[in-house]
Design a protein around this ligand. Structure first.
Ligand SMILES: *[C@@H]1O[C@H](CO)[C@@H](O)[C@H](O)[C@H]1NC(C)=O
Ligand SMILES: *[C@@H]1O[C@H](CO)[C@@H](O)[C@H](O)[C@H]1NC(C)=O
Length: 172
């Protein structure tokens, strides 16, 4: 508060979205779950500023797997949680899309929904919501999981990628 230089500091906030557990979907025997922490692209904010962007072709887990749970958390560059009174996560949404191989534009992006009840224009994301869902349990009980990366479901000439929409508000 008392530090005048604080007004000039740009806080880098890395929004991620940690912890998905997954299993090998094609394994015959029940395989052990694994977990991973993935970081979204860095979001830079300063007091009073909002960032609402779509990030395409984000890093995601490779292979044919079943997602068991997936949670998001806003962290700073050291990986520490950022409190909501500094960066309010208005929403985050992780989605899958298909695009022609080696495409350089975003015009041919087609969202690929999960196979659940939300179809049409309703909730296209695989996981996500906002600050109010922080630490919400998303675990999908055995023997179920959200299958992703099944190569036989990708039409010839297309590739499957992931995008994330992050809307954060710096409320310092
Ligand atoms: C992969 O997708 C195909 C086509 O939808 C389906 O028949 C097959 O069962 C899937 N593979 C696994 C291991 O679930
Ligand atoms: C995509 O790009 C890679 C690397 O340049 C190339 O090897 C491949 O043939 C391209 N595929 C298509 C379908 O354009």
């Amino acid at each position: 508060m008392g530090n005048p230089s604080q007004n000039w500091v740009i806080l880098s906030i890395i929004l991620f979205l940690a912890f998905s557990t997954y299993t090998d979907a094609s394994a015959k025997t029940k395989s052990k779950s694994k977990s991973a922490v993935l970081y979204s692209p860095k979001v830079e904010l300063s007091p009073g500023i909002t960032s609402n962007k779509f990030y395409y072709d984000v890093k995601f887990l490779k292979g044919h797997i079943a997602l068991k749970n997936f949670n998001g958390e806003v962290v700073d560059e050291e990986g520490n949680s950022v409190p909501l009174y500094e960066a309010y996560l208005h929403h985050w949404a992780l989605g899958k899309y298909r695009q022609t191989i080696n495409s350089t534009s975003t015009d041919d992006i087609v969202l690929v929904r999960n196979a659940g009840v939300c179809q049409g224009d309703v909730l296209p994301q695989y996981f996500g919501l906002g600050a109010e869902t922080r630490k919400t349990e998303t675990c999908i009980p055995d023997p179920f999981g959200i299958e992703v990366g099944n190569a036989t479901e990708i039409p010839a000439g297309y590739e499957e990628k992931w995008e994330i929409n992050l809307h954060a508000i710096d409320i310092r």
